[in-house]
Design a protein around this ligand. Sequence first.
Ligand code: DOR
Length: 445
Amino acid sequence: MKNNWLIKGARVLDPANNFDAVRDLFIKSGTIADIGEEFSHDNVPVIDAHGLVLAPGFVDLHCHLREPGFEYKETIATGTRAAVRGGFTTVCSMANTDPVVDTPATVEFILEQARAAAAARVYPLAAVTQGFGGTQLVEMAMLAEAGAVAFSDDGMPVADARIMRHALEYSLLVDKPIVNHCEDPALAQGGVMNEGLTSLRLGLRGMPAEAEETMVARDALLARRTGAHIHIAHVSTQGGVEIIRGAKQAGIRITAEVTPHHLTLSDALVAGRRQAGAGSSLAYDTHAKVKPPLRTQADIDALIEGLNDGTLDAIATDHAPHSTTDKLCEYSEAESGISCLETAFSQVHQLVQDGRVPLQTLVSKLTTEPARVFGLPRGTLAVGAAADITLLDLEAAWDVDPEKFASKGKNTPIAGWTLPGRVAMTFVDGKLVHTADGYEQRGAQ
Ligand code: DOR
């Protein structure tokens, strides 16, 4: 029978139901039918999951699938394949495509392509302003009806405070969040990395933390004024965390996400590595160029604290695939972004290994919490829920080889790094959509 499985002996970790114990899990016709001790069912394929963690499939609030318009960087088929390899069963796609997602037809196109790809589920975001022009709001009600789950001009900020105020007001009618890429254009102008000691040393123009912080503060105040839900994309600064913490304490409807790279990598990576055989010449690493920029260790520490104390609701990848030529150029000319759907879990699992984030917290920030932020019916192992499941081998380590990515984007600053913890298998709707090399023998016994 289709999409029936018996997964045996995994450590079942379901933050939505506060559950953490070794159990068997029975998938029937694509839904979670039962969780218990020592099941057996005739004629159901068995997966030996002893030693593995079984978590709800990960939910990514923020990724760039590039289709329509930038298929040379990524397609919905390659991006969703990368997603399931990274343990993500649900991804929310950003609207900075070409055309941008500002009509119901484009939302429908994305949903259609996602259905055809049959890997991860895709929930599209639509733009806040028409054509990302920053002046005219989109037709939110029509876009929400077509399937948009939130609104964002991500890649660019909504710079005009009056437009943001109106966007928040209109979002109340559709009860969907506005997601903002907080970067004051005037303060960030010309910046290509974090402004600080490293930018000074490298002679590159920096973007100050205040470019993010002032807009986070503005958005929090506008959310207070309107009563609407603002979601802050990819928080990267200590000040941003502090403002969001204060806003939450004041009862403002604000949520926030943080990326694996901002949680684990600092601006020191921009300096790159000395080129072999190239004397003393240094090549700045365009793969470390991202918006917002990688920051300092003090920012990383504040982000981790914010994750642990609930200020930051979710880990979101901001998977931003680019072509080789987009990155193989002078640092200041290179595109910003990191391809990270396939490395995300292992990167943040390092924080668990280092004793900085509890495993339960990490899993909730990848599952239950993001689902709650966008109101998606995902991120749970409740009986009766769709069997979106990720099996993790926390004992395994692997070497990052971008050439092996399913994503077309090979742009990562951590190529060659050894990361702890692997996504072993991924199920969407009870369908086994990914098995990592070396785990085949555990399946279909
Ligand atoms: O580095 C980034 N790349 N940050 C963004 O916000 C957009 C993204 C992209 O679309 O490439």
